[in-house]
Design a protein around this ligand. Sequence first.
Ligand SMILES: NC(=O)c1ccc[n+]([C@@H]2O[C@H](COP(=O)([O-])OP(=O)(O)OC[C@H]3O[C@@H](n4cnc5c(N)ncnc54)[C@H](O)[C@@H]3O)[C@@H](O)[C@H]2O)c1
Length: 253
Amino acid sequence: MFNLQGRVALVTGARRGMGRTHALALAGQGAKVVITDIDLAECELVADEVRANGGDVICFKMDVSNKADVDNVFDQVIAKYGRLDILVNNAGIYQSKAFLEMTEEEWDRTIDINLKGYFFCAQRAAKEMAKNKWGRIVNIASIASGGVGVGIAGGAHYTASKGGIIGMTETLAVELAPLGINVNAIGPGAIDTPMVSAAQLPKEVMDAMLAGVPLKRMGRPEEVSAAVVFLVSEEASYVTGATLYVDGGWLAA
Ligand SMILES: NC(=O)c1ccc[n+]([C@@H]2O[C@H](COP(=O)([O-])OP(=O)(O)OC[C@H]3O[C@@H](n4cnc5c(N)ncnc54)[C@H](O)[C@@H]3O)[C@@H](O)[C@H]2O)c1
């Protein structure tokens, strides 16, 4: 099960954190992996890890919020492999800012990367996938995305972007189903990555957050990558338009 031999997969924001483990996991199942991020040198380090495990990989510098950049990279991927089967829209930023002090620029930057970037990549990917009548798009949202009772102080722009991702996922599932493309979202809970370390949450805030999580710990990036592998596999053929929460039971508590 979950064999991805012959598939070509592109992961955004893959130089570190969950993007890195998604790339390693997809390659581990046999997919050819395209690693993209804003820092090419760090992408190459992840590519070295993939190759060390016997995987097939290439890297590109790609800012998901820049349409010309996205089009250029997708063109090069198609020129090299002739197809794209899997997209993991993962790139994202979280820059905490009190709502009453948030500037238009700060709002726009988060929405441009976290939401418009997903649109650019999903649209280009779907056009390629439609040619083969098979595709899988996984959009990494968040537990903090509306409707489930998890707001984050300082994250109005972030939660708006993540809620938008879930709405877009449901609509794409409907529009792209006739083209053989399944589109799903993953809503991670608190996962131990550089994004969370950079937020420098005070210990008491982190402890209070984890106290409400039944598994009483942060998730590991690999635990989210396992969900990615499932959703992009043939075995997920009847799953589309879903949001899979990988949150240690947070929402159930
Ligand atoms: N860590 C968590 O607890 C958590 C929880 C829920 C959702 N998420 C989401 O998971 C995804 C991965 O986050 P992470 O925790 O691994 O964080 P991370 O900061 O380690 O990784 C995010 C990656 O996105 C890249 N990136 C940023 N701006 C970009 C741009 N304009 N173009 C291309 N790449 C860009 C960064 O360089 C980085 O490599 C994000 O979408 C994040 O919002 C994280």
